[in-house]
Design a protein around this ligand. Sequence first.
Ligand code: ATP
Ligand code: ZN
Length: 304
Amino acid sequence: MDAIPSWLDRLVAGGLLIPTGVDGLYGSGAALERVLDGLDALITRAGEADRPERVRFPPGASRSDFEASEYLKGFPHFAGTVHSFCGDERAHREVLRCVEVGEDWTVGQRATDIVLTPAACYPVYPMLARRGPMPAEGCLVDVLSWCFRREPSNEPTRMQMFRMREYVRIGSPEQVAAFRERWLERGQALVAALGLPHAIDLANDPFFGRVGRLLADNQRAQQLKFELLIEVNGTGAPTACLSFNYHLDHFGQIWRLALPDGTVAHTGCVAFGMERIALALFRHHGFDLAHWPETVRRVLWPKS
Ligand code: ATP
Ligand code: ZN
């Protein structure tokens, strides 16, 4: 008897995900891209009344900014670094020999000044720091990036490379709190308009190690992170598709982001896991876009 195809098998057979042979590393087919495009435009419309500044960064970030961000304190296990060849001709011959005989050819690779971006908002804080003093109303930035996290898995929603869209608010504690409240409402309205059953829950980041447990408890006690959960994998364990984060003055201190009155800026962000939301739509509405509810189609593609 044939084994029942897994959710991942079905996504691949349906042409939505294109396997590469590496867990959590996929190409995307036309239908998935069409949904991601609609989703991206929908998120733009949901936030445009606030007139955010739109910026985009490549998926590689500055290694020195990354070191300063303290990401390695909480998440050394997720970090990805870019290494490259910097040897002479003899070293080149050695690389080719290793490939030929199946030995490790990467041993001579050296770390470059680029790391892989772990979350879309990370390049925003040093960008603002380099600009100098902030206006009284603070800043609001719209950013999207391919992100890398070293968490290989055969669960389709846990990818090693994925797209994250964020709105990032930098300002007084009151401004950031109001921003997060607004996006908790807007995020739920957006997902409801897409016909997706969901719930909001208090959450914590997956900090590393024993100290990480304390950091996670602290984050929960202070209610710094909420997630919007949707059933995507059909396992009964819903997946975090959006997160609403308050960093207090963590990034403000690191980057010396000061408000005009001299106080350190607080920061917060709302993050949309683009592939996770798109896969949730396929889970709940099926693989044939033409048969999705008319209301959902109109929300995603108002002009077609
Ligand atoms: P999780 O608890 O599932 O590991 P997270 O809380 O670490 O996720 P965030 O750091 O808040 O996630 O990232 C913002 C958003 O990016 C998440 O809400 C999710 O939608 C998406 N995301 C995070 N990790 C992944 C991943 N490995 N693959 C795909 N999307 C992801
Ligand atoms: Zn963020």
